[in-house]
Design a protein around this ligand. Structure first.
Ligand SMILES: [Zn+2]
Length: 258
């Protein structure tokens, strides 16, 4: 693999909760700290999602060994545990908020029973982080599966979540994450009017040809039980992502048959 090819790709990492429960949405505090330390020690460039988007738009290579960090749902432990670590290394990250549940917990309708009940961020914590290098994006008001909604319902979920964050933070909110990765073209016009980019749960490394309204990400669940994170940016890392993507497509195929 040549260097040019590597610079044209960027892993956009997805974290959810930083806790010790071992659930599918959890990364342990110790593991999170080690992963950030690794990014720092191996001279990775943590760049913002907005920078990812501007590189793609302008067809400009990403800085060498670039990585972007995202968090979905806005858990309180992002403030208590992840934020001090990000600050320690001067890393940017973007947190996607479910605005109707800020200051509450993650028990929105449709939440899976196996997901632990966890507190979500309060607005004063969000403001403090926003003033110290952390970005925020919209993840709807009530965390619905968008493909199931009417145009009017989807518009409320999407636009109201953006407006509420903007009202609290007094800045433009330009990124959106699909709840459950439920991407649909039904609402693409609303999303492209409101945002500069949208991210999905498609398991893939983003590159300069990626659609900025369908950016793939790498869920850190796939790194919770191995040490392959330390191979980030190498062929082994990229091959592992391809392998997991293959397993996931196989599983989805069988689920469809079931
Ligand atoms: Zn979510």
């Amino acid at each position: 693999m040549n260097t040019k090819e590597v610079e044209n790709r960027i892993p956009i990492l997805t974290y959810h909760s930083i806790d010790n429960s071992g659930s599918v949405i959890s990364t342990s505090p110790e593991k999170f700290h080690r992963q950030m330390q690794y990014l720092n020690d191996s001279s990775c460039n943590v760049i913002s999602l907005e920078k990812v988007v501007s590189c793609i738009r302008e067809n400009r290579s990403f800085p060498p060994r670039s990585v972007a960090i995202t968090f979905d749902d806005g858990f309180k432990n992002n403030y208590d545990i992840a934020y001090p670590v990000l600050k320690e290394y001067g890393f940017n990250a973007i947190i996607f908020l479910v605005t109707g549940y800020c200051g509450r917990n993650n028990r929105w309708p449709g939440q899976l029973p196996e997901i632990p009940e966890l507190d979500l961020l309060q607005w004063d914590e969000i403001k403090e982080m926003a003033n110290n290098g952390i970005d925020f994006g919209a993840h709807t008001v009530n965390h619905p599966n968008l493909p199931e909604l009417t145009l009017e319902q989807a518009e409320d979920e999407i636009v109201d979540s953006k407006k509420e964050i903007e009202a609290h933070l007094k800045k433009n909110i330009v990124c959106f994450a699909y709840p459950y990765g439920g991407k649909t073209n039904k609402f693409s016009k609303i999303l492209s009017n409101e945002f500069q980019c949208t991210v999905t749960t498609e398991l893939k490394v983003a590159n300069l040809d990626s659609d900025i309204y369908s950016l793939p990400r790498i869920d850190m669940y796939y790194f919770s039980r191995n040490n392959l994170f330390a191979r980030i940016g190498t062929s082994r890392f990229f091959n592992y992502i391809k392998y997991r993507k293959f397993l996931r497509s196989l599983r989805n195929f069988h689920l469809k048959l079931a």
